[in-house]
Design a protein. Structure first.
Length: 140
């Protein structure tokens, strides 16, 4: 491997925003391929490895677990995901989950906007406007 085209773990960490310890862990669990080593045992990463690190960071931002992202990381960059129906199904399911999270967060924003509007228009805000729970047995 030409060392001019490689990066140390410190350089890889700086370029990807992932801590060096995290990179070692990802390598240990098989999320990253084992890095090539210099004679002094220091890791050397290639540009493709950095791209994989960036993909892991993106998948993490979506909330995908490390285990769940493994099949996606086995694809080459030019492999169309549509050639793998099981991965398409996983991606669609994960996307639906994210859309549900967005909808839930939007409801929270609306609630907070209503509360803030009430505080601005009512100098002495009353009790919470959410309905009180019913008396008696708690819901199952």
């Amino acid at each position: 491997m030409n060392e001019a085209e490689t990066y140390t773990i410190k350089e890889a960490a700086e370029l990807t925003g992932l801590p060096a310890d995290t990179l070692r862990y990802y390598e240990k669990i098989g999320l990253l391929p084992h890095a090539e080593r210099r004679p002094n045992s220091h890791r050397l990463y290639r540009a493709e490895d950095l791209e994989t690190m960036r993909m892991i960071a993106c998948y993490k931002k979506t909330g995908l677990s490390l285990e769940s992202m493994k099949p996606f990381l086995t694809l080459r960059r030019d492999d169309p995901i549509t050639d793998y129906p099981e991965l398409v199904a996983l991606a669609e399911e994960h996307k639906r989950h994210i859309e549900q999270q967005i909808a839930s967060l939007q409801q929270i924003v609306v609630f907070l906007d209503m509360r803030l509007l009430q505080v601005r228009t009512d100098p002495e805000p009353g009790s919470c406007t959410l309905p009180e729970p019913p008396k008696g047995r708690p819901p199952v």
